[in-house]
Design a protein around this ligand. Structure first.
Ligand code: NAD
Length: 493
């Protein structure tokens, strides 16, 4: 059955003014599962009006009051764990074992973190002199627009929404058109938790119209964006007209460096997770592998063998570890990368098989694919593929590896595999990336900041640092003397 979803504006569920809708397709079988309103600039305006009207009440609450409401939302997420997980599996194609055990519990945990840590966020008093009190206070920005990608449809919303709400902002969430259902469901749960009407608005529609109207709207103080680098560049341009703040979590082309002394078996385990988790649709996915020449053969052999064991299949089956990619156009784009790589001089080491079940023949499956003998000038080693397709390359010295790793416009993350922590730290300090893991890849905690450099964007999600993104720091100065003793007044006398 195709379910008809509505958008949430000012606490009311509604359709688009035009009555137009867009379809949400289950990528595991190509079937339409839902429709969502295809909104436009008028509905964006209505969201801004609703969020602005809700701002005085929401920002006027104590931090404790907001925190308790976030905890209630977290509780409701876990109370709806199974239905949320099924919904996300259906709209995105992530296997149910992942959405049940990873995405949904992490959304709840993330909100607990924001609810707790927000209560300890403070300003400062500044030691200017005994005649005054000089202090900084943190204030919410106002109405913020949160534009999210499809690769973790629920979690990417919660990362931004939780932090923005905790700090007293009111929010307009714009999820991606292909996977908007969990975001709408989260909006409903926010209302059920008791968060006042208009504090959380969720609007669906094309990025080029709805997203851009949000970015250009003078009533929106900030855009928190996660998505493609090209979209981030466009958002910066549009935001400049209103000198709007933007936080940009963009693409990546993440290196996985195996030094001469690395434990190959643990590197293989890390490589499988780093490259294939979420079918490679992760901004931080390991996609460029630089392996010391002495370990190259052993690593590539073991990595291929481990890649053969992954089970692609029915996303509602708890035994399935890899689902399809999120939409047809993306499947075709990845297929193009693979075909071109085959003619690029790279050596195809492994190309897995799509699931054979008849029910899955219309699904957008892409199997793990590994190329060897790659060089940094190849498209495969330069462009973000956002799928389970990786390239392996050899290096001789650590300096050569650092040069190869930094030879990219991106700067999101990298990992280094070594038994020598000192060598790992020395290399980490020279890698241009927002996160460098040593003997891990793709491990992200609520407590640790997330965000890139170069064309991977700026600003941080997660950790205490995200609260800087959703507050402004105001300096307040109080004269304590009542006397004209100010050191600079003499200049005019
Ligand atoms: P996308 O840029 O196509 O879309 C992201 C969101 O932006 C969607 O909601 C879309 O509707 C909206 N949008 C599109 N055009 C817009 C415009 N002109 N103005 C305003 N909004 C617009 O990205 P995607 O394909 O959904 O997501 C994949 C990308 O996200 C990858 O590049 C990935 O690396 C990146 N990503 C980055 C991080 C990170 O933390 N750095 C995390 C997850 C995903």
């Amino acid at each position: 059955m195709v379910e008809k979803y509505k958008v949430l504006i000012g606490g009311e569920w509604g359709d688009s003014a035009s009555g137009e809708t867009s379809e949400v397709v289950n990528p595991a079988n190509g079937e339409v599962v839902a429709t969502v309103p295809k909104c436009g600039a008028g509905e964006v305006d209505a969201c801004v009006t609703a969020a602005a009207a809700a701002f005085p009440e929401w920002s006027g609450k104590t931090v404790a009051e907001r925190s308790k409401l976030l905890l209630e939302l977290s509780r409701l997420i876990m109370a709806n764990q199974e239905s949320l997980a099924r919904l996300e599996t259906m709209e995105h194609g992530s296997p149910i074992r992942k959405t049940m055990n990873f995405d949904v519990p992490l959304c709840a945990e993330q909100l607990e973190y924001f609810a707790g840590v927000a209560r300890g966020i403070t300003g400062e008093t500044l030691p200017v002199g005994p005649w005054c009190l000089s202090m900084t206070v943190r204030q919410p920005l106002g109405v913020v627009g949160l534009i999210t990608p499809w690769n973790f449809p629920a979690l990417m919303v919660v990362w931004k929404l939780g932090a923005a709400l905790a700090m007293g902002n009111t929010c307009i969430v714009k999820p991606p058109s292909i996977a908007p259902l969990t975001a709408l469901k989260l909006g409903g749960l926010a209302m059920e938790a008791g968060i006042p009407k208009g504090v959380v608005n969720v609007i669906t529609g094309p990025g080029e119209t709805v997203g851009e109207a949000l970015v250009g709207h003078p009533g929106v103080a900030k855009i928190g964006f996660t998505g493609d680098t090209a979209t981030g560049k466009r958002i910066m341009r549009v935001a400049s007209d209103t000198v709007k703040q933007v936080g940009l979590e963009l693409g990546g082309k993440n290196a996985f460096v195996i030094l001469e002394d690395a434990d190959v078996d643990s590197a293989v385990e890390g490589a499988v997770f780093g490259a294939y988790f979420n079918t490679g649709q992760v901004c931080a996915a390991a996609s460029r592998f630089y392996v010391h020449q002495s370990l190259y053969d052993e690593f590539s052999e073991k990595f291929v063998a481990a890649s053969k064991t992954l089970r692609l299949g029915d996303t509602m089956d708890f035994a399935t570890v890899l689902g399809p990619v999120a939409y047809k156009g993306h499947r075709d784009k990845i297929a193009g990368f693979v075909e071109r790589a085959k003619n690029s001089g790279a050596k195809l080491l492994f190309e897995g098989e799509r699931p054979s079940a008849p029910a899955l023949q219309e699904g957008y499956f892409v199997a793990p694919t590994i190329f060897g003998d790659c060089t940094n000038d190849m498209e495969l080693m330069r462009d973000e593929i956002f799928g389970p397709v990786v390239g392996l390359s050899r290096f001789g010295s650590p300096d050569e590896a650092i040069g190869l790793v930094n030879d990219t416009p991106y700067g999101l993350s990298a990992s280094i595999w070594t038994k020598d922590t000192r060598a790992g730290l020395a290399m980490a300090s020279q890698i241009q990336a927002g996160t460098v893991w040593i003997n891990e890849h793709l491990i992200i905690f609520c407590e640790t900041p997330w965000g890139g450099c170069k064309e991977s964007g700026w600003g941080k999600d997660l950790s205490k640092m995200v609260f800087d993104e959703y507050t402004m720091t105001k300096h307040i100065y109080v004269d304590l003397t009542g006397q004209p003793v100010k050191p600079w007044y003499g200049i005019l006398k």
